[in-house]
Write a protein that binds this ligand. Structure first.
Ligand code: NIG
Ligand code: FE
Length: 402
């Protein structure tokens, strides 16, 4: 089927090879969709005659952008942690709460106690709301099972939802989120279980495209992460790293060393870490909602961009550090607190985010040949959309041409 989107006020093409500051804005544009792909884009006045008779859709002079990609989420979890929110507001730190047995460990308990069906139903509701916001692809991590059975339970929820929900899900195994409480006195045994049981089981069932490790005090050391990510790579699962979130722990340099596709967080990244990321062409994933909720610094986006690094923007949606899946809010925070322009922020949730999940040849751009995932925003321009924050400015979503 062929459709023409016309009367577009501003079209953000987001060409994959453009510099991050240039989202490829076109005014009075038209877009032609053929089946599941973008077939043509350009000024409406240049629409080839062959397309004049196609089915038309009037965009009412609104902004049209690629479907948004949330390249870092912890979508599937049991329970919430609202009591910790209040404790943090009262002055206790995220790491204090974690050391006292709360934090990630309490979500692990709630997730283990949840059935696969319950987790599936809950994650589906979140996905429905994300889609309404204009999100058409997400990355989703396990990391709240921390044993073979419950990690696989989370990853199977993602596999089933990827099949049945319109949103595309890229799964990541995060068995190395923290060391689970029952292995507190024997880390080595858990590392062995990760490398010799969990990762091989995940690889054998093709349940994860990426393997992530939380490198931080109270989580994993650089050496442990290197061992886990090297093993994952051997099994065909590509590395990602939660790096330098609460302290400069050498996570960025590790990400570069193991050839990670992305290094995420980077609130405390060092100059040397930045240089290593630039040389390795690793994507930096900024998670401004986590900075907001934890009252932590924001990642130094200007310095990263200056170093030639792609900076993606994602929500980090999880029940602890970032209990919100509102990606346009994260984009606004990236503008206001990371000094990213609206164009850089949009490129961060399209081109850069696609690169962070290995989909840069098919997703995140309105270039002909790319997947017809696009969003009509109820604003006359990108700048206006970012400036006038609305609970939901998304007017319509097209996923794979539908
Ligand atoms: O990305 N930092 C580690 N993991 C998550 C938080 C998970 C949680 O608090 O449950 C993050 O911020
Ligand atoms: Fe995270």
């Amino acid at each position: 089927m062929r459709q023409v989107l016309e009367n577009i006020g501003e079209l953000a093409v987001c060409p994959p090879n453009n510099a991050q500051q240039d989202a490829g804005l076109i005014h009075d544009a038209a877009v032609v969709i053929e089946d599941q792909q973008i077939a043509w884009i350009g000024a409406a006045s240049a629409l080839p005659p062959a397309y004049h008779t196609s089915e038309k859709f009037d965009c009412g002079q609104r902004l049209v952008i690629p479907g948004l990609i949330d390249c870092h989420t912890h979508l599937c979890f049991g329970g919430w942690r609202d009591s910790e929110f209040e404790m943090r507001l009262g002055g206790r730190s995220y790491q204090d709460i974690q050391a006292a047995g709360g934090g990630i460990a309490s979500t692990v308990k709630a997730t283990r106690e949840s059935s696969k069906e319950a987790l599936h139903a809950r994650a589906r509701q979140f996905l429905d709301r994300m889609l309404q916001l204009g999100v058409t692809t997400i990355e989703a991590k396990s990391g709240y099972g921390l044993n073979v059975e419950d990690e696989i339970k989370q990853l199977e929820v993602y596999a089933a939802l990827d099949q049945s929900h319109d949103i595309d899900i890229v799964p990541t195994v995060l068995g190395a989120h923290v060391v689970p409480p029952e292995y507190a006195d024997d880390r080595e045994a858990y590392l062995t279980l990760l490398c010799e049981q969990l990762l091989p089981a995940v690889a054998e069932r093709d349940l994860a495209r990426f393997c992530d490790v939380f490198v931080e005090q109270g989580a994993y050391t650089v050496e442990e992460a290197q061992r886990i990510l090297t093993r994952a790579r051997e099994l065909g699962i590509q590395p990602k790293v939660h790096a330098d979130q609460l302290s400069d722990g050498g996570g960025a340099a590790l990400a570069a060393r193991v050839g990670a596709i992305s290094a995420d967080h980077l609130e405390y990244v060092s100059e040397a870490g930045m240089n290593a990321l630039a040389a390795a062409e690793t994507v930096a994933v900024s998670l401004p909602l986590a900075s907001l909720y934890l009252s932590e610094p924001y990642l130094p986006a200007r310095r990263l961009l200056q170093a030639g690094i792609r900076v993606a923007v994602a929500t980090d949606f999880n029940p602890g550090s970032a209990p919100s899946y509102h990606l346009p809010l994260a984009m606004l925070l990236a503008c206001v607190n990371q000094s990213m322009t609206p164009q850089e922020s949009l490129m961060g949730v399209t081109v850069a985010a696609a690169k962070a999940v290995g989909l840069e040849r098919s997703h995140g751009s309105l270039t002909p040949g790319y997947r017809a995932d696009l969003v009509i925003i109820d604003a006359p321009s990108l700048n206006h959309w970012m400036y006038h924050f609305q609970d939901n400015a998304c007017k319509a979503v097209m996923k794979s041409g539908r």
